[in-house]
Design a protein around this ligand. Structure first.
Ligand SMILES: C[S@@+](CC[C@H](N)C(=O)[O-])C[C@H]1O[C@@H](n2cnc3c(N)ncnc32)[C@H](O)[C@@H]1O
Length: 364
């Protein structure tokens, strides 16, 4: 049975499922889920992420983490954690950069939070000679008493969302149904309780969407709470928006192109734009100081990516045209520079976050 057939049988037994449940099955079903069965970033993969474009991305994040550790007075026994490490490329680049900060690097325990057994094996291979203690968790869990230095790139966009659609009878949840051998969307007949819908959605037209990612919000709050209580810093980078519109953002991608969300569950990546306002609010509820979001281009430029590109070119470590292309893809507004954003959590006592000073100043 294909995953699509299994989902259809599940719906026949239990009734329509939420978009969040559909995403979870399509991405993580142990037998046929998208992440469970493949390396989407590998050669001939479905999409490419910033660390796979250039080592400079991870190098800049490594500098950011090291600076945050310095700023907090070099706290002892730090944990370095990455959520959703993909091929392990970002962590490898961060750890190589931290060789310039041996006092930080030598104390680190590295934790990789990965749901996919397949990708865990890829990460083990990438990081086998990293020379630091590594361990894997399938879910986020901070270690009590230890400061947490955390990065997540293109992780929050993969967390399941629920969708609600404005109708004349109220906001109805969008569900996945099974009919005539196919899957299709349909609205729940009864509206959701009004208390579920934030006031900011009040002006939505009929047919307007409200998307929410409960798992992402709970996770952001838990990370923030850990950092506020134990020290550390988190840098969350993803594609998304600062202020939600009324459109829907759930998308399926395969072979570098868009596909139908319900067409072949397990065969295409599913993701949704990250609501940075909701993550920032969750961060504030957790107690940490929240900085940003700022555009990825701004983050990387203020961390010195242009100088790094020049240094690599001078030392002929990477060809000049390839470097310039990578730099443009990562930083320019028309490429990833603006759509991708970065949000930082630091203990509330830390007044500034590396590279976020201008945004903090503007928000004050
Ligand atoms: C789009 S990839 C990003 C990979 C990497 N961060 C990069 O930038 O190249 C998403 C990663 O998150 C993992 N992932 C997705 N959902 C997850 C979940 N709920 N729990 C743990 N890992 C998850 C995937 O298996 C994959 O490693």
């Amino acid at each position: 049975m294909t995953l699509k057939e299994r989902i259809a049988s599940l719906i026949a037994v239990q009734g329509p499922i939420s978009v969040a449940q559909y995403m979870t099955l399509a991405l993580h079903d142990p037998q046929s889920g998208y992440y469970a069965t493949r390396d989407p970033l590998g050669k001939g993969g479905d999409f490419i992420t910033a660390p796979e474009i250039s080592q400079m991305f991870g190098e800049m994040l490594g500098l950011w983490l090291a600076e945050a550790w310095e700023q907090q007075g070099r706290p002892q026994r730090p944990v370095l954690m990455e959520l959703g490490p993909g091929r392990g490329t970002l962590m490898a680049d961060i750890l190589r950069t931290l060789k310039a900060m041996p006092d930080f690097r030598k104390q680190l325990d590295v934790v990789l939070v990965e749901a996919s057994a397949h990708l865990k094996r890829v990460q083990e291979e990438t990081l086998k000679s990293a020379g630091v203690p590594l361990r894997w968790q399938s879910q986020f869990e901070g270690e009590a008493g230890r400061p947490l230095f955390l990065v997540a790139n293109e992780f929050f966009d993969a967390l399941p969302i629920r969708q609600y659609v404005k109708t004349p009878r109220g906001w109805c949840e969008r569900m996945v149904m099974a009919q005539n051998g196919g899957l299709n969307f349909a609205l729940a007949p009864l509206p959701a309780p009004a208390s579920l819908i934030p006031e900011s959605r009040a002006g939505a037209p009929d047919g307007g969407f409200y998307e929410t990612a409960p798992a992402a919000i709970a996770l952001a709050e838990a990370i923030s709470r850990h950092i506020e209580g134990n020290g550390g810093a988190a840098l969350l980078i993803d594609y998304g928006y600062g202020r939600a519109g009324f459109g829907e953002t759930l998308q399926a991608v395969t072979s570098h192109g868009f596909a139908g969300v319900l067409t072949e569950p397990g065969k295409a990546d599913l993701s949704a734009h990250v609501d940075f306002t909701a993550l920032a609010e969750a961060g504030r509820r957790g107690g940490a100081g929240v900085h940003g979001p700022i555009a990825q281009g701004e983050l990387l430029k203020s961390l010195g990516i242009a100088a790094r590109a020049e240094a690599l070119a001078t030392r002929h470590l990477v060809g000049e045209p390839a470097l310039q292309t990578a730099l443009a893809r990562l930083t320019e507004d028309e490429a990833m520079g603006q759509l991708f954003k970065a949000l930082a959590f630091l203990p509330s006592a830390a007044m500034t976050a590396p590279a976020f000073a201008e945004a903090d100043h503007a928000a004050a």
